[in-house]
Every structure is written in structure tokens, then in C-alpha cells.
Design a binder for this molecule. Structure first.
Ligand SMILES: [Zn+2]
Length: 346
């Protein structure tokens, strides 16, 4: 089976970011109206290859949050995302998409049934509960009946794929796509997109920032507002992100074998992620961003271009889980637990 495409999902960004990430990741998915503006700029320069768009209208809040000036009671025609993407000649035209709460079958069906003047991929932003045992059968059935190409994003407060059962649910959808020869794209994923693309996803778009690795759902905040948390840093040996201050907790053990990074940004700075545990300033944040992009694209390339991506990924994820568990059990450092896909995708 031919592998699908792996690319980067960018939120707010500039044209130069798109060019750089396209080079590093092989392609870029842009988000929303800001993304459309950048796509148009690239199109004017005749430089739109490897770029597509997620209208991401599922992120819009109801009514009031519209940015457009409106008279009370006046309807505004919804922006025509289909025409906008078709006119640009993008390789895939995605429907605007709407967030579908778990169990709302009528809404799901309505999205899947709608007719469009051109070939589209139907964008569905689904609550992660759809992947659980209670709802996955319904979801799979509706996809079968509709028989269309789909783009999926999953909504959750932290990690949509946080249990083995949800991973099993996603794998059922991947099997449906492979069996029916339908395109199944996963937008806004973390590295759990890699086993998915190995198993039949047509496109995965991995988010470069925490808010672009899922459709975020606000967590109920308890008590007083907390201080701004330490930023996330991609840790290649864990195939996951950890907060800089948590990584810093490993300094007594010289990083405990977890904090080495040989990306070009780190190579110039001692190859150790421990350096990111510093009082927050924009320079540190910018260096983390540059490290994340290089280290992440490097890891993806090493895995996906190896002779056997599946075996290579398996080797690395077993290793990542073992390292994380060893550190958590023997040292007094509270690493974020390894995400479920690392040891449940088997
Ligand atoms: Zn690095």
C-alpha cells in the first residue's frame, strides 16, 4: 500500500513559515481566513504547491463571535469556502465543517449528505467520544453509507486519543477507508498521526503548536487563575511534548538520557533541551519554536523514509515508553505520562 502524505498544520503564521515548513514536512495545511490570505499570496507568486486549507469554521463560536460588521437581524451570507478553495486550484477542497457533538447522528448525516458543485472532502470536527465503543459503530456506519472522502479532526480538552478504546475506534475508521478506497485525512494531530498514515490515512497534518494538535475544548478552570504555564517542548526521545520546567527537573540527572537533541538549533547550543527551563522570555520561546519544528520534522523524516516505517516507529515508541516509565518510577520527576498511542497501537 502506498503511504499517504504527512504534512504540517499551521495556525497563525507568515508566508515564510509556510515555505520553510513545506520544505521540512513535505506540505502544509493552513487554517481559516488567515490561512486563505496566505494561500492567495502564495498563489500570486505562483508558489502554491504542497499547500492546502482547513476552513476551520468549527472553531467559530456561535453568532456573536462573528468578526463581520452586521446590522441586528440581518443575515450575512456565509463565506463561500468551496469557491474560494476551488478558485485557488488547491489539491483538495474541504467543506467548512462544523463541530459535531458526540451522538448527534442527524447533524453528522446532514454534513455527510450535503451536495456541492465540485468534488469535496467532507470536514468533520468530531468530539473524541465518537471514537469510543458506544458511538464508533454509528460513525462507521454513516461513513459507509455516505461513501465520501472525509477529513477528521477530534475535539478534546487534552488528548482525543487518550485510551486504547479510542485508538481502536480510529483504527476501525482507517480500515473502512482502506477497504472502500476512500480518502481519510486526519487534520490537527500529534505524532499519533504516523501510525495512522502507515495504516491507510491519506493525509495527516501534524500541528506545530499545542492548539493545532486537536480541536481544543476548554477545561473547566477551578479556583484562581494559575500563573502562565511553562511552554511545551518537543522531546524526540519521548516522541512527545513536555513542559520546559518538567524537563528542567531532570537537570540533577543530566537529563536522564531524555533531553538530548541533535537538531540544528540544538547542535549550536550544546544539544541539550535542559537549556529551555529558563524564565520565560520571547527569545527562549522563539528558540523552542525553531527546535520543535526542526526536531519534529527530523523525527518524522527518519521514520517515514526508513526501509520499514512501521518497524522503525514501533522500535522508537517502545523505547520512548520504557524511558519515560523508567524515569518516572526511579526519579522524583513528574513527566507527563506517555500518550496512549505509544503503547496501545498494536
Ligand atoms: Zn533540538
Amino acid at each position: 500500500m502506498e503511504l499517504g502524505r504527512t504534512q504540517a498544520y499551521l495556525g497563525r503564521c507568515q508566508v515564510d513559515d509556510v515555505r520553510r515548513c513545506r520544505e521540512r514536512f513535505g506540505g502544509v495545511t493552513l487554517q481559516g481566513l488567515g490561512g486563505l490570505k496566505i494561500a492567495k499570496a502564495l498563489a500570486r507568486a505562483g508558489d502554491l504547491t504542497g499547500v492546502d486549507l482547513d476552513p476551520a469554521t468549527y472553531r467559530a463560536r456561535p453568532a456573536k463571535a462573528s468578526n463581520q460588521l452586521a446590522l441586528p437581524g440581518m443575515d450575512i451570507a456565509p463565506f463561500d469556502w468551496i469557491a474560494a478553495q476551488a478558485e485557488l486550484g488547491l489539491p483538495v477542497v474541504r467543506t467548512p465543517g462544523t463541530r459535531i457533538r458526540v451522538g448527534r447522528v442527524e447533524e453528522l448525516r446532514a454534513e455527510l449528505d450535503r451536495d456541492y458543485p465540485v468534488d469535496v472532502t467532507v470536514m468533520l470536527a468530531l468530539d473524541a467520544g465518537w471514537l469510543g465503543p458506544r458511538h464508533i459503530g454509528t460513525l462507521e456506519h454513516e461513513l459507509k453509507v455516505a461513501d465520501r472522502d472525509v477529513s477528521l479532526s477530534f475535539a478534546a480538552p487534552v488528548n482525543p486519543l487518550d485510551t486504547r478504546r479510542r485508538i481502536d475506534g480510529l483504527r476501525r475508521l482507517l480500515r473502512w477507508a482502506a477497504d472502500s478506497r476512500r480518502g481519510l485525512e486526519l487534520l490537527r494531530v500529534d505524532l499519533s498521526g504516523l501510525p495512522a498514515v502507515i495504516e491507510g490515512a491519506s493525509v495527516i497534518a501534524i500541528g506545530l503548536g499545542p492548539s493545532t494538535r486537536r480541536v481544543s475544548v476548554p477545561l473547566a478552570t477551578r479556583g484562581a487563575a494559575r500563573a502562565k504555564p511553562s511552554p511545551f517542548v518537543f522531546v524526540p526521545r519521548l516522541l512527545d511534548w513536555q513542559r520546559a520546567n518538567v524537563i528542567g527537573g531532570l537537570s540533577n540527572w543530566n537529563g536522564a538520557g531524555l533531553t538530548y537533541c541533535d537538531c540544528a538549533v540544538c547542535a549550536d547550543a550544546g544539544q541539550d533541551l535542559l537549556r529551555f527551563d529558563r524564565p520565560q522570555d520571547p527569545k527562549v520561546a522563539e528558540e523552542i519554536r525553531r527546535h520543535d519544528e526542526l526536531a519534529l520534522s527530523g523525527v518524522i523524516r527518519q521514520i517515514m523514509s526508513s526501509d520499514n516505517p512501521e518497524a522503525e516507529l514501533k522500535f522508537r515508541r517502545v523505547n520512548a515508553v520504557q524511558r519515560a516509565k523508567a524515569v518516572s518510577s526511579s526519579l522524583n520527576v513528574e513527566l507527563t505520562a506517555p500518550p496512549a498511542w505509544l503503547d496501545s497501537w498494536d
